[in-house]
Design a protein around this ligand. Structure first.
Ligand SMILES: C[S@@+](CC[C@H](N)C(=O)[O-])C[C@H]1O[C@@H](n2cnc3c(N)ncnc32)[C@H](O)[C@@H]1O
Length: 548
């Protein structure tokens, strides 16, 4: 198992040496002509801060985002020194895969080609923030109490690489790690020892909130505060070692809490985990890090952030996007593709951030969020409680596995949003998405019936309804738009080809976001419209277009 993945499931591990991987389209924003030819893709750069400017105490050079266009990607990459990682941990840490041209990940060239082959020639790419972008990380704690190592695993090993000056981390996160190390040394806290299963502190999750209405907007990001979750190698707060855990939490609060001039720590949580087993899928890998027992120790229990035009609450136990600012850009783009008053289903919803942001900004008639992790429910309720939603709108969160009975979620929705883990869509959902095209062709003959199956109704009983009435199924509409958000490029390509090959869907727009600068990954937002509805309509003589 690649343990690196377990630490950060949405952050691909380093695979090959960076020199071999620089195949990206070259768009040097410094050397572009003032008038570019008609675009084949649009490139939005936000090279607003040099790496040295990402420390909390230094000046940020803010410049307006550049909107650049370029006709064809070239193959001879130029190293752009202004977009270089400059990280001393690069060689040993598995987090980043390349250190040059952070604004154009190696995969971009392939993405442009792929989308062109699907008929989307106006692919856009938003480079987002290049340093200090990571606002959420799970870090392993190993070594000795006097000299703890806090970071990611070295690739292919269980050796933890200490990354105190990580350039991807939000600077507040690095400062909080430093404080944690001091506390461990002072209080003699033993890092976890994997071989013996001994030691006290196994992992730490750091999540940065930049939500602070008391500061001017331009000051908020760099003054982010950290929610610290200490993953403790014991069963519960009733264990004898709890006094030490409490002492460590108090240390961090005393040194970095609101009474300090530099208020760094938002809150401290504990998670109790004694299990040593590993599981193969990405959802379960998270469970290896975390046990089932959570306890809020100090600071505010609610963690708020502002993205997609709304305040969102994210509990430490539920999924949160690592790149807050890039996620905000994606949400704002996504909103444009959802008609006002639409009925939306948000599949793989986590705490429902996407669905709720659409509910608020697009005045949706109905939003159903579907998520397998029950821990996310509380965050959904918190976020929903702050929204001003029309009385007629129906907003709900359902704990369910989208791979089971996926049709029941698709029927009655105008817009389907999917944001699966890196492995992509569950095959049953993919099949259901394809089959809705056939339903449309026959919709006059085939009435979609109201749901009566008891097991489906039972599953829906675990839902929370935050406003209005439960969406009625008497006259369900069929999805017209499918919005696919992906952090796994390979699985996205596969799913996209399947959707297009059956002609169930047509790809109309695609946007890329630099969610993970320095890595092989980009986040994709792809918009599909209901297609011609199946192979029967394909012209016999027509040649099938080959997808890249
Ligand atoms: C990439 S995250 C996206 C979360 C959310 N859309 C957001 O942006 O915060 C994927 C989510 O899918 C959930 N998930 C994974 N497999 C699932 C399944 N079979 N059914 C429902 N949810 C699932 C995970 O728990 C996780 O919260």
């Amino acid at each position: 198992m690649d343990i690196g993945k377990s630490i950060s499931p949405c952050f691909p591990p380093r695979a090959v040496q960076p020199q071999l991987k620089l195949m990206a389209a070259v768009v040097s924003f410094l050397s572009l002509p003032a008038r570019a030819p008609p675009p084949s893709f649009t490139f939005v750069t936000r090279c607003t801060a040099s790496p040295s400017a990402t420390t909390r105490f230094s000046q940020q050079t803010a410049s307006a985002p550049l909107l650049l266009t370029h006709e064809e990607p070239k193959t001879n990459p130029i190293k752009s020194s202004s977009c270089e990682l400059h990280c001393r941990h690069f060689e040993s840490c598995s987090g980043c895969t390349h250190e040059y041209n952070l604004h154009q990940p190696p995969i971009l060239d392939e993405a442009i080609r792929f989308f062109k082959s699907t008929g989307v020639s106006n692919f856009t790419f938003d480079t987002c923030r290049l340093w200090g972008w990571r606002c959420r990380a799970k870090l392993a704690v190993r070594g000795l109490s006097m000299k703890p190592l806090i970071g990611l695993y070295e690739e292919g090993t269980h050796n933890v690489v200490d990354i105190p000056e990580c350039k991807a981390h939000h600077p507040s996160m690095n400062a909080a790690v430093d404080l944690l190390k001091q506390g461990m040394a002072e209080l003699n806290i033993e890092p976890y020892d994997e071989d013996g299963g001994t030691g006290e502190l196994r992992y730490v999750q750091m999540a940065v909130t930049t939500y602070s209405t008391s500061l001017p907007a331009s000051e908020r990001y760099k003054n982010g505060k950290v929610q610290v979750t200490l993953v403790w190698n014991d069963r519960s707060e009733n264990s004898t070692s709890f006094a030490k855990l409490n002492a460590l939490a108090n240390y961090m609060w005393r040194k970095g809490g609101p009474r300090r001039e530099l208020h760094l720590i938002h809150s401290v949580w504990a998670n109790f985990q004694t299990s040593t087993s590993n599981y193969p899928n990405s959802l379960a890998l998270v469970q290896v890090i975390f046990g089932n027992r959570w306890r809020h120790l100090l600071g505010e229990s609610d963690f708020w952030e502002h993205v997609g035009g709304i305040d969102v609450s994210i509990a430490p136990s539920s999924f949160g996007q690592a790149n807050t600012r890039a996620f905000d850009s994606l949400l704002r783009k996504l909103q444009k593709y959802v008609p006002y008053g639409a009925s939306v289903v948000d599949l793989y919803a986590g705490a429902g951030v996407i669905g709720l942001s659409l509910a608020a900004t697009r005045k949706c008639r109905s939003v159903k969020c579907v998520e397998v992790n029950k821990e996310a429910k509380h965050s959904f309720e918190k976020t929903a409680s702050r929204l001003q939603i029309d009385e007629e709108s129906s907003i709900s969160w359902h704990q369910a596995d989208t791979s089971k009975e996926p049709h029941t979620w698709l029927l009655g929705s105008d817009v389907v949003v999917v944001d699966p883990p890196r492995k992509g869509l569950d095959p049953s959902l993919l099949g259901a998405l394809q089959s809705v095209a056939f339903m449309r062709r026959n919709s006059s003959e085939k009435k979609v019936k109201m749901e009566k199956r008891p097991w489906v109704l039972r599953e829906r009983e675990t839902s929370v309804q935050s406003n209005g009435q439960m969406a009625q199924d008497e006259a369900p509409s069929l999805p017209q738009t499918l919005i696919y958000i992906s952090c796994g490029w390979d699985s996205f390509k596969k799913d996209c080809k399947s959707l297009l090959s059956s002609r169930a869907w047509e790809l109309t727009k695609a946007h890329g976001f630099n969610f993970f600068p320095g890595t092989q990954s980009i986040e994709v937002l792809a918009v599909f419209k209901r297609g011609s509805g199946g192979k029967l309509k394909r012209k016999k003589s027509g040649k099938k277009k080959r997808l890249a």
